[in-house]
Ligand binder design. Structure first.
Ligand SMILES: Cc1cc2nc3c(=O)[nH]c(=O)nc-3n(C[C@H](O)[C@H](O)[C@H](O)COP(=O)(O)OP(=O)(O)OC[C@H]3O[C@@H](n4cnc5c(N)ncnc54)[C@H](O)[C@@H]3O)c2cc1C
Length: 384
């Protein structure tokens, strides 16, 4: 798939390798993972061996030293497994819970958490959301208080991807008394510590990814658990969220393209009233419209990723790409289900699963409404 200037021959080769891996090692077994509600830990080690876990991390931490578009390729291709859960869990491991360790971590934190995560030995999760605070990150109430040589953590986190089995959490907690954005800090918390209680949550889609509610009851962590600067946690996590939203947009492109490919092949092959489905103008035009929506979101996402990779982090552009891609993938997958008729609704085809899974794109990593809030604020509309 030539897409200058975004993708080179090296990206294309990587895309072919990942596509083959997905077809041979994920697609045939993902229905079982969905059934049991989790992916097997071995798949992480396997993907680390293949060099898929650290594509855009430098070699000194066990990465492959590729650019950001390698991560975009990986997200797009994993989405072609037809299941959103495992790709989301993997994105938490590689692009959500671990980038802050690389950016803000000490050498010891990198050795203890980042390197084993990129080898697939430790499973990571990210703890931002709380039962009473989702979109309003500034309202976070989980508290870390200094005690002796360390910190004592008290509070709850919910909807945590990888939570039931994760080895550690990149956690956002309040360390200062000032309310709002100030006084939040990041911590790396081992999840086998006394006082960590987890409850598994059930959900409508994304079922090959497991999710947990956490309660931290006076969990004692050492001084070295603090990640980055004390009191700067909000700004550290806002930086992390930019990459998270962009990877979510790239995954949405992959899912939409895959749903389109299935619907298009089906419409060409399906014969009704003595002609193929594409012989009906309404279906041919619907497919044209689907392709148009995908391409528009693709251009916006690639252009934003291109700038992001070169250090231009525009919260507005990233919110635009996330919002457009999330809405687009829901629209496209819903139309693909319609084109397959009853076959779109039964579990023999991946579309019913994708239809359930992509609903999360409009909620996770910041809801549609929050994306519009960011865009309108950046446009100065809320201040006028
Ligand atoms: C399957 C799954 C996996 C997840 N994984 C993780 C994870 O690994 N780590 C993690 O920390 N979180 C995770 N989340 C949480 C996710 O990021 C939140 O659900 C999301 O940010 C929304 O927060 P909330 O659910 O508390 O909704 P709320 O913030 O309570 O929002 C409720 C509604 O109000 C709207 N709303 C909120 N504020 C405004 C506003 N200012 N203006 C207009 N409308 C507004 C929202 O858009 C939404 O429609 C996950 C969620 C799910 C469902």
């Amino acid at each position: 798939m030539p897409y200058p200037p975004y993708f080179t021959a090296e990206h294309d080769l990587f895309r072919q390798t990942v596509r083959r891996f997905v077809e041979q090692e994920i697609t045939p077994v993902v229905a079982q993972w969905e059934e049991v509600g989790e992916f097997p830990r071995d798949i992480l080690r396997r993907m680390a061996e293949l060099g898929f876990l650290g594509v855009h991390y430098p070699p000194e931490v066990g990465g492959q030293g590729g650019d950001y578009f390698m991560a975009v390729v990986l997200a797009e291709e994993l989405a072609r497994s037809g299941a959103g859960g495992f790709p989301m869990a993997l994105a938490v491991q590689t692009d959500m819970a671990t980038p802050p360790i690389w950016r803000f971590g000490t050498a010891e934190q990198i050795a203890r958490y980042l390197i084993p995560a990129l080898k697939g030995e430790k499973l990571a999760c990210l703890g931002i959301t709380e039962p009473d605070h989702g979109s309003d990150v500034a309202g976070i109430e989980t508290r870390a208080r200094r005690e002796g040589q360390g910190w004592l953590i008290q509070g709850s986190k919910t909807f945590i991807t990888n939570g039931p089995r994760a080895d550690f959490m990149t956690l956002v907690a309040r360390t200062g008394d000032t309310p709002g954005y100030h006084g939040l800090s990041l911590f790396l918390v081992d999840l086998d510590l006394p006082g960590v209680v987890r409850t598994r949550l059930d959900k409508v889609g994304m079922r090959s990814s497991d999710t947990a509610l956490f309660h931290f009851d006076q969990v004692r962590v050492p001084q070295q658990a603090l990640l980055g600067e004390e009191g700067q946690g909000f700004y550290h996590i806002m930086w992390e969220l930019q990459g998270e939203r962009l990877i979510s947009a790239a995954g949405a492109l992959g899912s939409a393209q895959y749903a389109y490919d299935i619907a298009c092949d089906y419409a060409k092959a399906r014969k009704l009233f003595d002609r193929s489905l594409t012989g009906f103008q309404v279906i041919a035009h619907l497919l044209a419209e689907m392709a148009t929506e995908i391409e528009a979101a693709r251009q916006l996402t690639y252009e934003t990723a291109w700038n992001f990779a070169r250090g231009t982090i525009s919260a507005k552009d990233i919110a635009l790409a996330k919002l457009v891609s999330a809405r687009m993938v829901n629209w496209v997958v819903d139309r693909a289900v319609q084109i397959l008729g009853g076959h779109g609704y039964v579990a023999d085809w991946p579309l019913e699963r994708m239809w359930r899974d992509v609903r999360l794109n409009r909620i996770g990593a910041g809801t549609d409404e929050i994306m519009k809030e960011i865009i309108s604020q950046e446009m100065g509309l809320r201040n006028s």
